[in-house]
Design a protein around this ligand. Structure first.
Ligand SMILES: CC(C)(COP(=O)(O)OP(=O)(O)OC[C@H]1O[C@@H](n2cnc3c(N)ncnc32)[C@H](O)[C@@H]1OP(=O)(O)O)[C@@H](O)C(=O)NCCC(=O)NCCS
Length: 198
């Protein structure tokens, strides 16, 4: 791969928080989010298609402490993570993530986890759309991917609902939790994002 040329050098991104959507607030994590944060990560149904297994309280405490300072990105390789809160009840319901993979290639990836009590309302897509906007419009990304286990149909549907294209199915691409897993890759380019906003 040629690593010269096309990059726009950016100094990272510090979004102005909270971000408000119709039904949600996206904000930085706080240490007092622990109860819901751990409730989400200690559920087998939530972690079924994630790389990590159900977390102990100590593991959740450690993950949450890191996330408190991950609401911005300064360099490639970092992840911006925003807690998602319902405006009607004030409850924390999960989080959305933007991984900044490459400055030269202006490439990122989306991630999201919601508490199952709040599935089926479109909250995931509503929050993820804001993170896509940050990626394209504030960080200047050229391409954002969504990757999931091919059996994770809820995740694939969410990504398609955002307007991402299915690009590939990588057979037995990863060995996770004792088995070979097929990985589905969807993506959107910055010009396609502009098209969804037109
Ligand atoms: C992936 C995940 C966030 C998807 O949650 P979800 O609730 O299915 O997704 P959304 O929040 O976008 O909601 C979409 C659903 O709400 C429904 N819905 C109801 N009211 C709606 C509204 N007002 N607006 C939009 N959708 C609405 C949609 O029809 C859709 O249902 P369907 O998929 O059965 O057709 C969730 O399954 C999850 O957290 N899984 C565990 C973690 C995980 O695997 N993360 C992904 C790793 S790759």
């Amino acid at each position: 791969m040629n690593h010269s040329g096309s990059a726009t050098s950016v100094a990272g991104m510090r979004p102005s928080l909270p971000i408000e959507t119709d039904r949600l607030l996206l904000r930085a994590y706080r240490l007092d989010d622990f109860d819901v944060f751990h409730d989400i990560r200690s559920r087998p149904d939530v972690v079924r298609y994630l790389y990590f297994d159900v977390q102990s309280p100590e593991e959740s405490r450690e993950s949450l402490a890191k996330r408190v300072d991950q609401w911005y990105v300064e360099k490639e390789g970092e992840a911006l993570i925003l807690a998602v809160e319902r405006k009607d009840t004030g409850e924390l319901i999960g989080d959305v993530v933007l991984f900044w993979h490459s400055e030269v290639h202006r490439r990122g990836e989306l991630g999201f986890i919601l508490h199952p009590d709040h599935h089926g309302h479109g909250f995931g897509a509503e929050a993820a759309r804001e993170v896509l906007r940050l990626g394209f419009e504030e960080l200047g990304l050229h391409r954002v991917e969504g990757r999931c286990d091919a059996r994770n149909t809820a995740s694939a549907r969410l990504l398609e609902r955002l307007g991402m294209r299915r690009e590939g199915l990588f057979l037995e691409n990863e060995f996770v939790k004792g088995e070979w897993c097929d990985e589905l890759v969807l993506a959107m380019l910055d010009r396609e994002w502009k098209g969804t906003q037109a």
